[in-house]
Design a protein around this ligand. Structure first.
Ligand SMILES: Nc1ncnc2c1ncn2[C@@H]1O[C@H](COP(=O)(O)OP(=O)(O)O)[C@@H](O)[C@H]1O
Ligand SMILES: CC(=O)N[C@@H](CCC(=O)OP(=O)(O)O)C(=O)O
Length: 309
């Protein structure tokens, strides 16, 4: 056999080998991926998302999926003639609306994601924050114009028990978590923003990465006037920006800040409208969206490090 024979699959082998340093570095690490309701409306994107997550799992990482479903909840509330209202970026959740939120997230969106992931094997297990006391909350009362406002059954996370998720990860499964919390106050449940839930879980699980998929390219520097995306910012830089942010970006970026301030190495906001955005983000050095990193540690001898992550 000629030693010089050209194998047609060589470029594929090279691509796999290029990924080797990344795979070695991230082997066994936990990555929490938040799949947003707005990125979840296209069938092909959903299937590609499931492939990416399963790929990560087979590559030796431990993915945990936390999902939203805002648009899907809106549609069901509409169908039932119930009004949707948001205050401080959160859904005003009456007891009737809470039933709809729970039914749509746990009964519809989560089931669909579990089904898509399990087309690739017996991997995904769905749960909500209610299960095994995974997420506990009390009533959240946002301050609007200086006043504490009652927005119904919206929860503020007070405790996370990672036991059930860890057990699933140890068993090689992919947990798929709906953002509903058990109540510390009564026997009912609370509606939690899915970005907030994902960030809290990432911190509690000591995840290496929080990845938030959404329907924009990342954090725009001057939204809605320009589409320049901020590619990288530190926790302190983000903290300064927070008061200027609006709508859905508020819980997302607050969540990223919480994550990197609590042990997560990077929090990334990426465009879920791009097919295979998870793999693109991971395998391109500079990433495709916005990356938040902790502040550089201060060295007592040399002062703050520059440009490290
Ligand atoms: N600075 C910003 N950069 C990007 N998007 C922003 C910004 N400020 C507000 N937004 C809005 O936030 C939205 C994303 O949040 P949201 O609608 O809650 O998405 P998801 O369903 O993925 O959680 C964007 O579609 C955009 O309209
Ligand atoms: C309290 C609150 O606002 N909860 C959200 C939960 C779902 C969610 O966050 O979905 P997205 O990620 O698709 O926005 C809601 O009811 O819409």
């Amino acid at each position: 056999m000629s030693a010089a024979r050209k194998h047609t699959a060589l470029p594929k082998a090279q691509t796999l080998i290029e990924a080797l340093p990344w795979l070695t570095r991230h082997h066994g690490k936990t990555v929490v991926i938040k799949f947003g309701g707005n990125a979840m409306v296209d069938e092909e994107l959903k299937a590609a998302f499931a492939q990416d997550v399963v790929f990560l799992r087979h590559a030796g990482l431990k993915p945990v999926v936390v999902h939203g479903g805002g648009p899907q909840i809106n549609a069901q509330l509409d169908k039932q003639g119930l009004v949707s209202e948001f205050k401080a970026g959160l859904r005003v959740t009456t007891p009737e609306a809470m039933d709809v939120v729970r039914m749509v997230l746990a009964g519809q969106v989560q089931r669909e994601l579990v089904g898509l992931l399990n087309q690739h094997g017996p991997l995904a297990v769905g749960m909500t924050g209610e299960d095994a006391h995974t997420i506990t909350a009390t009533q959240h009362r946002p301050t609007i114009d200086g006043e504490s406002v009652d927005i119904g059954r919206v929860g503020e996370i007070t405790a996370i028990d990672t036991g059930a998720i860890q057990a699933l990860l140890d068993d090689g499964r992919i947990p798929v978590v709906s953002s509903i919390a058990r109540s510390a106050d009564d026997h009912h449940v609370y509606n939690v923003n899915a970005d907030t839930a994902a960030a809290a879980l990432a911190a509690a699980l000591d995840a290496e990465t929080l990845m938030v998929l959404t329907d924009v390219e990342g954090l725009y520097e001057d939204w809605p006037n320009s589409d320049d995306v901020i590619s990288r910012l530190t926790a302190s830089q983000l903290e300064k920006l927070l008061p200027e942010l609006s709508s859905g970006m508020v819980p997302k970026m607050q969540g990223c800040l919480h994550a990197v301030r609590n042990g997560v190495e990077t929090a990334r906001v990426i465009d879920g409208r791009v097919q295979h955005s998870i793999l693109l983000e991971i395998f391109t050095d500079e990433g495709i969206g916005t990356m938040v990193v902790p502040d550089a540690p201060i060295d007592v001898h040399t002062g703050p490090h520059q440009g490290e992550s």
